[in-house]
Design a protein around this ligand. Structure first.
Ligand code: RNT
Ligand code: ZN
Length: 426
């Protein structure tokens, strides 16, 4: 409707034609890259939409070491608003994706439902919405923001009755994911992350870990049905668990390999200078699949909105190089409450897609040839030149193919939605 655009159809097509020629001169077929990119589903996390609040009737304050800073107006106040916001975000993201729920996003008609009582029936609106919008759904147990988690220990708690409560929650979370998988006819990942840990040196590091193994084994006793996938997420430290995290990365790597489930590697859950890109090929020989939480730590596990930085580019590249696209589940995980939340979602998911596209456009055969023949200056040079190749033209083509705004032109839509919808939520 009379919108001025620098990305008109004809312009996009000619930009793409030229880009295709350039990539092709390096032995890369950009059509194939686009085709492969269109098959990658990203699980967009629901919790950016309301700062990890959820819709429980007795809502606990956010804890477990998770902090959402900022107070930008317009956050979703109920499930309908969250769905509406997510739809808006998806309309600005090319491709068909998934939505990632947490147990606290249940809908229970105003009645209080304890965490050990949740079931698929509390997520039926989500399932109907996912079908309507051709989305997949993933799930997470919520082991925080609850009185029974306030001691800092859930599945590893020394008190058997507390453990039992959370074990039941874990089992039910798996049932919800199983229902998602069945009803939507596609994979549904159930990820379990627990905040358990200690602020200062514990006298006993071993016992909680033994208890955690037992609790998890109980949760995973029944095998996952078709298309339902299990993941466990480790972490180095949290706010309030700086010294000791029961479910550390080594703990869960061992657990996942021995139980044949997925580890969830979160980009913010390692030492500040430790990327996860090197881990992909390191675990490839021992695990059939992995879940990745795409996040952006700044100095700590700060869960900033994902951008196309080196960490992300390296990760995407390693997954493509190791030929693991069909073995990796991508899920975004960040929560910035200081900016427009729909903008946060769209920036994060589009950045991840751009990183994947850049990886798919890499002249990998040529780089390997250089490496194999000791031509390392040439290898370095080509990798550097890739950084200024016309990735943007291929990306814009992808947006256009998927009928979403190319380049920065989605900002107009964001702005309209802010004025017409978000700003009215007071
Ligand atoms: C916490 C983990 C976890 C959470 C979500 C809300 O450090 O990253 O994935 O961010 O479950
Ligand atoms: Zn995470």
């Amino acid at each position: 409707m009379g919108r001025t655009t620098v990305f008109g159809r004809a312009q996009l097509a000619s930009d793409y034609r030229r880009a295709k020629e350039i990539y092709s001169s390096m032995g890369v077929d950009s059509d194939t890259a686009l085709e492969r990119l269109s098959k990658i589903k990203i699980s967009m996390h629901c919790w950016q939409g309301d700062d990890v609040g959820g819709f429980e009737v007795k809502k606990g304050a956010l804890d477990g070491g998770l902090v959402a800073t900022g107070n930008y107006p317009g956050k979703a106040r109920n499930a309908d608003e969250l769905r509406m916001d997510a739809e808006k975000a998806f309309s600005l993201i090319p491709g068909k994706h998934k939505f990632n729920l947490h147990a606290i996003y249940l809908e229970s008609d105003g009645r209080f439902v304890e965490r050990d009582q949740i079931g698929p029936e509390h997520f039926k609106n989500w399932i109907a919405w996912a079908k309507e919008n051709k989305l997949g759904l993933d799930f997470n147990g919520t082991f925080f923001s609850h009185p029974k988690a306030s001691s800092g220990f859930t599945l590893s708690n020394a008190d058997k009755s507390v453990r039992k409560f959370w074990i039941e929650h874990g089992k039910r979370a798996r049932q919800v994911a199983a229902k998602f998988a069945k009803d939507l006819g596609q994979a549904s990942v159930c990820n379990l992350w627990i905040p358990d840990g200690a602020k200062d040196f514990p006298a006993d590091r071993l016992s909680p870990r033994k208890r955690l193994i037992e609790s998890l084994d109980e949760i995973f006793k029944t095998p996952a049905p078709k298309n339902a996938k299990d993941a466990v997420e480790g972490k180095l430290f949290g706010i309030g668990s700086e010294e000791y995290v029961v479910g550390s990365n080594e703990f869960y790597l061992g657990y996942a390999i021995s139980r044949k489930i997925m580890p969830c590697m979160d980009m913010g859950h390692y030492h500040p200078t430790e990327g996860i890109y090197d881990k992909v090929s390191a675990v490839a020989g021992f695990l059939s699949e992995i879940l990745v939480h795409v996040s952006r730590p700044i100095r700590w596990d700060s869960d900033h909105v994902v951008i196309l930085n080196d960490d992300l580019a390296n990760l995407a590249r390693e997954i493509v190089r190791a030929n693991m696209l069909d073995r990796v589940y991508f899920a975004t995980d960040f929560f910035d409450a200081s900016i427009n939340r729909i903008g946060a979602w769209v920036v994060g998911v589009r950045s991840l897609q751009k990183a994947l596209l850049a990886a798919l456009l890499e002249p990998s055969a040529r780089l390997r040839e250089f490496e194999d023949s000791g031509m390392n200056a040439e290898k370095l040079a080509l990798a550097e030149e890739m950084k200024t190749m016309p990735l943007g033209a291929v990306w814009n083509q992808f947006c256009d193919m998927n009928s979403v705004p190319a380049g920065h032109e989605w900002l107009e839509e964001l702005n309209k939605y802010e004025n017409n919808v978000l700003s009215k939520r007071i």
